[in-house]
Design a protein around this ligand. Structure first.
Ligand SMILES: NC(=O)c1ccc[n+]([C@@H]2O[C@H](COP(=O)([O-])OP(=O)(O)OC[C@H]3O[C@@H](n4cnc5c(N)ncnc54)[C@H](OP(=O)(O)O)[C@@H]3O)[C@@H](O)[C@H]2O)c1
Length: 240
């Protein structure tokens, strides 16, 4: 998979990592970048097509799918991150609506295009999918669910030639982490590492120094081996 000459869609494209991903895809020679945003967007590069896309709005998702002629790479990047203490069901539902069901809904809508192109799905998950941060438990739950979604999609779509990547992102310097005084990677460096990972076919992408320190352990972990074992079991039962 190369980004050059491909058509890429990024959700949450107006700021943070999404904005950097749009720019990095352009830098690599993408022929078309669809920028999904909740508010109208103007972009100076003629290869960018803005799409009105609130990932919790099914009508907007369907309308966006109708506007996209062909797609090679879908990047589910839109996300929310709010403090909670698990006492409020609504907080959990808000996170799941965007971070899980938004990713699921956009993926389903663009699956026919991605199947035609034998393309790729890139889910910007979080390291918190692997271990919850109890300051933001609802966020952590939603990202763990999005990671599980990514693993099942990978197994289910392998036969159609669609690759599915999980980005296990650590702290990045965006609006989302503004209140956190910790070392953070720049959105630009993270966008480069994400697209490197896609081009190199990495199933899990660890795009910043904190996550990269865990990459090797993850790849040789019991959890990764178990994922492969389960995927093989599912594939065998489909062909049996
Ligand atoms: N920053 C980090 O440290 C970090 C770490 C791990 C994972 N991540 C993940 O990386 C992704 C991008 O995060 P970021 O740091 O770039 O955050 P950000 O700067 O807060 O940007 C979030 C983006 O998501 C969009 N968004 C939120 N709700 C949406 C919805 N319902 N429909 C469509 N778009 C929506 C926002 O649009 P509006 O401008 O309209 O609100 C914005 O474009 C998220 O999935 C986040 O969980 C970030």
């Amino acid at each position: 998979m190369t980004i050059a000459d491909s058509a890429v869609l990024v959700t949450g494209a107006n700021r943070g990592i999404g904005q950097a991903l749009v720019q990095e895809a352009l830098n690599r020679g993408a022929k078309r970048v669809y920028a999904g945003t909740r508010q109208p967007l103007a972009h100076p590069d003629g290869r960018v097509t803005p799409l009105r896309l609130d990932v919790t709005n099914q009508a907007q998702i369907q309308a966006a799918a109708g506007q996209v002629e062909a797609l090679d790479v879908l990047i589910n990047n839109a996300g929310i991150w709010l403090y909670d203490d698990l006492s409020d069901r609504a907080a959990l539902e808000r996170h799941l609506a965007v971070n899980l069901f938004g990713t699921w809904g956009v993926t389903q809508a663009f699956l026919p295009s991605l199947t035609r192109s034998r393309g790729a799905i890139v889910n910007n998950v979080s390291l918190m999918a692997l271990a919850a941060l109890p300051l933001t438990p609802a966020y952590s739950i939603s990202k763990a669910a999005a990671f599980s979604l990514t693993q099942s999609l990978r197994a289910l779509l392998a036969g159609r030639g669609v690759r599915v990547h999980a980005v296990l992102t650590g702290p990045v310097d965006t609006d989302m982490t503004r209140g956190f005084d910790i070392p953070k990677a720049s959105p630009e460096s993270v966008a480069r590492a994400i697209l490197d990972g896609v081009e190199n076919g990495e199933e899990e992408i660890f795009p910043d120094p904190m996550s990269a320190a865990m990459a090797e352990d993850w790849r040789s972990s019991a959890a990764k081996a178990f994922e492969r074992q389960n995927a093989a079991l599912a594939a065998a039962s489909v062909t049996a």
